[in-house]
Design a binder for this molecule. Structure first.
Ligand code: MIG
Length: 717
């Protein structure tokens, strides 16, 4: 792995002898741990670090977590957990992202590189204290300095390395469901998108495509001639994206099982035998993704599906989730036997019930198995948070070997800092609740700060039944997230766009088309963030440092030019917004018919009917859009439109590349520099084209501060 000299602004303190997580790419300069700035350190059973916050301090970050953008007031436990009920009191979700920024008079970032449990008590127990409890004695602590939140985040993103880059088609709309059960059902979905003329790039295969939930198999009865089917669907303009689970089914004759046993690639119990747990396919072994050989072996298994034409995957259950283990199940069954014919009192009954309920993701199980690392056995619990990360790494490293120059779609449920180099993440089993739309809004910028640029939530909600308006409002938000996928659980209301009434369908179609029209901007901004170690979605605080703006938690900056103000309340005909400086509002019903309104700095009530997506364009900024198409590959970006809000001068660098290879890493991409300058009562437009030979023409709509519009068409050569 390439390593870099550590920046002067980053202090690294090594405590004990940490396990190498590979979260960080820059090695080098270590500072004296007797002189750690900002924190009081106390050695306990592990370590406790305390920082006294000022009342003004905002604590940003912590990636995939509950509560606000400002993490004050909560307790967060980094221990990757499969919990499908994301109620506000939950302390752990699927990721472990131990990076945060203290933003007050003192500004600094903190990263705890420790692969097991870390607890962040941020003004919960004591309103002024930020207490970090590390449950072990070996970890690296990084303190990052900078003069602004943005600068600190950029330092961190440089420290952990360039984010994974998906293929361009993965910026299209994607349709999922647990599960489309067979080829006919998948084809019906695909045909419905075509029939209703709704753009879509991918349809997902959840666990039922497999034979008895066995990884890398395809059920022949429900998907006969899979290779031919993949091709048929691709010819219609869609990709199929199958799921891969962490657990390998124990079954005689199943090659993945047999090879794993033969080569000792599975995690082992204390007796040295392959550890047994029960999860999706039933009794399974867990591949030891911490062992590089096992990682390579498992990763190369994806090749079978790739050879059949698959170009993307999602990795599930890799916390790893455990439904039960024999040992704990046995205890519960014994308890039940004892209870038989006894006159249980209420508490004993509760205990009996909990013995079964508690089997799911029982923390004790994580202490019962081991990984092989450099010849030694390491208890899983000690590096729990690295499991999903290394499953994704297994896939990514194999893709690199199988087809080095191709970008595959890959995202995972569990993750750790560093996993962002290998894939994106989705945020797991949310619900069709308005609260989870808001949580999605708040979480996106925190994920970006931890490197997970390609991310998104199950749009519409996974659990529970969505209603038309929640579906619409959620789509109006997700159209801006890089991963834009509608996914829902078995047994819930269908939530494909055409599963709703005609009026709703019409609105949803327009929203999805708007997404496709905005791809020149969305992709350009995403790639710019990726290449410059920056974020794609940010809190207002990234650009506006006044107190009012810094406190806004339900609006986001998307790329450099846009601010979005999602509507997340039922039956709302609009919402209150904070406008941090003069902005231009475009209420998008569809992307073709546009009307604009200038908003002055201040508080305002924004009206937005169900069919309207409000989009604010920042002052002296430009947004580019094209036409929609039925898929990303269908988009033809020879003619673009630009909407600009210009007081003095606005510039935009429009980025594009081939969308499929890694040539961008060799600076093989095309840029078009666009500059609009106000000169007296006119606007002068300059375009410098560096290699985009597709682009022929840009039609401008330029609004000045009074709201006067100037239209211009510029030929590009
Ligand atoms: O026990 O594969 O988060 O997206 O649809 C549930 C079935 C297992 C959990 C994932 C979800 C997926 C589901 N999986």
């Amino acid at each position: 792995m390439k390593t870099y000299e550590i920046s002067r602004l980053i202090m690294k303190y090594r405590i004990g002898n940490p396990f190498e997580t590979d979260a960080v790419l820059q090695k080098g300069r270590e500072c004296d741990k007797e002189n750690i700035e900002y924190f009081q350190i106390e050695e306990t059973e592990g370590f406790r670090l305390s920082y006294r916050m000022t009342p003004q301090d905002i604590i940003w970050g912590l990636g995939e977590n509950q509560k606000g953008m400002n993490k004050r007031g909560g307790v967060y436990v980094s221990y990757c957990t499969d919990d499908p009920n994301h109620t506000p009191d939950k302390k752990s979700l699927y990721g472990a992202h131990n990076f945060f920024v203290v933003d007050g008079e003192e500004k600094f970032g903190v990263f705890i590189d420790y692969p097991s449990k870390v607890t962040f008590d941020i003004g919960f127990t004591h309103s002024e204290f930020l207490d970090i409890t590390v449950e072990g004695k070996d970890f690296d602590l990084y303190i990052l300095k900078g003069t602004s939140l943005r600068e600190i985040v950029q330092q961190f993103l440089s420290l952990i390395g360039e984010s994974y880059c998906p293929p361009k088609w993965a910026f299209g709309y994607q349709q999922s469901r647990w599960s489309y059960m067979n080829a006919e059902e998948v084809e019906k979905i695909v045909d419905s998108f075509l029939y209703y003329d709704i753009p879509c790039d991918a349809v997902y295969l959840d666990i039922d495509y497999m034979e008895k939930f066995k990884d890398f198999t395809v059920d022949d009865a429900s998907f006969p001639n899979f290779e031919g089917f993949v091709k048929k669907i691709k010819d219609k303009g869609f990709r199929l994206v199958p799921i891969i689970d962490a657990g390998v089914k124990i079954e005689k004759g199943y090659d993945v099982y047999e090879e794993g046993i033969e080569k000792n690639y599975f995690c082992v119990d204390e007796k040295g035998e392959a550890f047994v747990a029960a999860v999706w396919p039933g009794r399974v072994h867990f591949p030891d993704f911490l062992n590089p050989e096992a990682r390579r072996w498992f990763g190369l298994k994806y090749k079978g599906l790739i050879d059949w034409g698959i170009e993307g995957f999602w990795n599930d259950m890799n916390e790893p989730a455990i439904f039960y283990t024999n040992k704990e199940l046995h205890k519960a069954v014994e308890k039940a036997k004892e209870a038989q014919n006894q006159n249980l009192d209420i508490y004993s009954y509760f205990e009996l019930r909990d013995a079964f309920v508690g089997l799911l993701n029982n923390l004790k199980d994580y202490q019962d198995f081991y990984h092989k690392s450099e010849g030694k056995l390491v208890n899983h619990d000690k590096l729990h948070n690295l499991y999903g990360y290394n499953m994704t790494r297994a896939a990514a490293e194999a893709f690199e070997e199988i087809q080095p120059d191709k970008r595959f779609l890959m995202f995972s449920r569990a993750s750790y800092i560093g996993a962002h180099r290998y894939g994106g993440i989705w945020t797991g089993d949310n619900h069709s609740w308005w609260e989870h739309l808001l949580l999605n809004v708040k979480m996106m910028s925190s994920l970006n700060m931890c490197g997970f640029l390609y991310s998104g939530a199950d749009t519409g909600g996974f659990g529970g039944d969505v209603n038309p308006q929640l579906m619409i409002r959620w789509m109006q938000f997700s159209l801006f997230t890089p991963l834009f996928r509608n996914h829902s659980a078995m047994g819930t209301r269908r939530q494909e766009p055409f599963a709703f009434d005609e009026g709703t369908l019409h609105i949803l179609r327009n929203i999805i088309r708007l997404r496709y029209a905005l791809i020149p901007y969305i992709y350009s901004e995403f790639m710019r963030a990726l290449l410059n170690r920056d974020v794609y979605m940010a809190p207002l605080a990234f650009h506006y440092d006044d107190e009012r703006s810094r406190r806004v938690e339900d609006q986001l900056l998307v790329g450099d030019a846009l601010m979005i103000t999602p509507i997340y309340e039922e039956n709302a005909g609009g919402r209150y917004v904070w406008i941090p400086e003069e902005m231009l509002l475009w209420k998008a019903v569809d992307y073709k018919n546009r009307s604009y309104q200038i908003y002055k700095k201040g508080n305002a009530y924004l009206e937005a009917d169900m069919q309207e997506t409000p989009i604010f364009i920042r002052k002296n900024h430009i947004v580019l859009l094209g036409k929609h198409g039925s898929s990303v590959e269908e988009l033809c970006h020879d003619e673009l439109e630009a909407i600009a809000f210009v007081d003095s001068k606005a510039t935009y660098v429009y980025y594009d590349d081939d969308g499929t290879t890694k040539e961008y890493k060799n600076r093989q991409y095309k840029e078009v520099l666009i500059e609009i300058e106000k000169i007296k009562n006119d606007f002068q437009i300059t375009i410098i084209n560096k290699g985009n030979d597709k682009l022929k023409k840009i039609s401008f709509e330029i609004l000045d501060i009074q709201g006067n519009m100037t239209k211009k068409i510029v030929e590009v050569s």
